[in-house]
Design a protein around this ligand. Structure first.
Ligand SMILES: [Zn+2]
Length: 160
């Protein structure tokens, strides 16, 4: 029996989620409001014929998808150089991002993150410090240290 691929789908406060097939990359946006008693993990079949499992993540209220490229730096006594990263999701209090070829990063580490938020009327350069809360492979879940993201902008832009 082959093991099914498991993807995580973040669910926002309006129960919108985006499911990406790990095989063909097709993305489907779904509102889960109409499904009653939905299990936290389900198996689905994509149009490409492949089956995979989806784990719904309801943890962060108001978390939204926001993909862009940015840079980060690990804040340590021997400061490292700026490295590339991809922002995946944002919330009022934090950021989810993926890093590649990064030095080992653990929960509790502090990072400087730089990216451009272009959801509002004007692009906004974000350059702020975050605290790493969660490390899962190349994915880092981080909390802003001294910064709160404009929530209205996030609310107005549930998907991209
Ligand atoms: Zn597919």
């Amino acid at each position: 029996m082959t093991e099914e691929m498991l993807v995580t789908a973040l669910v926002d406060s309006k129960k919108n989620t985006e499911i990406k097939c790990p095989y063909c990359g097709v993305t489907r946006r779904v509102n889960l409001g109409k499904y009653k008693d939905l299990k936290p993990e389900i198996t689905t079949k994509c149009k490409c014929g492949k089956r995979f499992s989806i784990q719904f993540d309801y943890r962060s209220e108001g978390r939204v998808y926001f993909e862009c490229l940015g840079q980060f730096m690990v804040l340590r006594p021997q400061q490292s150089a700026l490295m590339g990263m991809s922002v995946f999701d944002l919330s009022k209090h934090g950021i989810g991002m993926e890093v590649e070829d990064a030095p080992p990063i653990s929960p509790g580490d502090r990072l400087r993150v730089i990216f451009t938020l272009d959801l509002g009327p004007k692009p906004e350069e974000i350059d702020t410090e975050v605290l790493v809360k969660q490390v899962s492979g190349n994915y880092l879940g981080c909390e802003f240290v001294n910064f709160i993201l404009d929530y209205e902008i996030l609310e107005a832009n549930p998907f991209f």
